[in-house]
Design a protein around this ligand. Structure first.
Ligand code: MN
Length: 303
């Protein structure tokens, strides 16, 4: 987008608009995503069966929007386990998700695709990591046939035991060894686990394939304590050109099971449209400022 000085598509998570995905929810969410200026909608798919793929694709196309799909595996599908049955179930789910993504016209599948999305009581095992990597390589190969990028979302310790830091995400992707299996970073999680989120972004480098914004309390952008000036400068300096998607949860919209897994107990906003419009304006302004700060280096010439 030339008016933004940066190439990134700006996205918004479906849970800003609706917790379910009936045809009416999809129609409304897609229209509001376009109205508030975004290029991309991230559809949440903890249950793939809730998506009317043909309807969603038609509505997205009519509004000129890109789409991504995000989810986490449940315990019965944990490919980082050592139970062959769970690993097979997980591979089936991931392969189905790639098919849904392809049929919906999605560019990315992201989230906790590499393990269960839960609080673990034990650390990961080397065998479990190996199992996950092997499945992800096969899923990644199928995704590549449809030009789909898989984003391994690095999340905090209460949501997985495996990829809690960007460095672990990079090493996982290195082991998978496919160009379309990348690291997905999220400011909310980095705020909990990283020593320095901006440094984590720079060290992820070319492996970065998807990015989530939000706040440390998951409410309005800029109303918390994240250092967005440094975060956006790191993205620009990194040459990151992928999607930047705003994710926010309030008990106003979110429902089970996500409400329970994520601990969304209070209202951090009431008005989805105001929240999304504000995040769009905040993000475009921050990105423009970051792009200018990089240019300032070129302008600092002694005559
Ligand atoms: Mn996220």
């Amino acid at each position: 987008m030339t008016d933004r000085l940066v190439p990134n598509k700006l996205g918004v998570h479906a849970f800003v608009w609706a917790a379910d995905w009936t045809r009416d929810d999809a129609t409304r969410a897609i229209a509001l995503t376009r109205e508030t200026g975004y290029d991309l909608l991230e559809v949440s798919a903890l249950d793939l069966g809730i998506i009317d793929v043909a309807h969603t694709r038609r509505e997205l196309e009519q509004h000129g929007l890109s789409a991504t799909i995000s989810f986490g595996l449940d315990a019965s599908c944990d490919i980082s386990s050592t139970d062959p049955e769970r690993i097979r179930a997980g591979e089936r789910f991931l392969m189905d998700a790639v098919s849904v993504g392809r049929d919906m016209g999605a560019t990315h599948l992201c989230g906790i695709l590499y393990s269960a999305f839960q609080k673990y009581a034990v650390p990961p095992t080397a065998d479990g990591v190996k199992n996950s990597v092997e499945v992800m390589r096969r899923v990644g190969e199928k995704a590549a046939e449809s030009n789909i990028i898989l984003g391994m979302e690095v999340v905090n310790r209460y949501e997985t035991n495996m990829l809690n830091t960007a460095a672990q995400g990079v090493e996982y992707c290195r082991r998978v060894g496919l160009p379309n299996v990348r690291v997905h970073l999220d400011v909310y999680h980095m705020n909990i686990e990283e020593s320095d989120p901006a440094r984590a972004i720079r060290e992820t480098g070319e492996y970065l394939g998807y990015f989530h914004t939000g706040e440390n309390h998951r409410g309005y952008m800029g109303s918390g304590q994240l250092d967005y000036q440094r975060i956006f400068r790191a993205l620009i300096e990194n040459g990151y050109a992928g999607p930047i998607t705003f994710e926010s949860f309030s008990s106003r919209v979110v429902g089970q099971p996500l409400e329970g897994i994520l601990g969304i107990w209070r209202n951090l906003w009431e008005d989805s449209r105001d929240l999304a419009s504000h995040a769009y304006a905040f993000t475009t302004a921050q990105l423009a400022s970051a792009a200018q700060s990089v240019r300032n280096a070129e302008r600092s010439v002694l005559v």
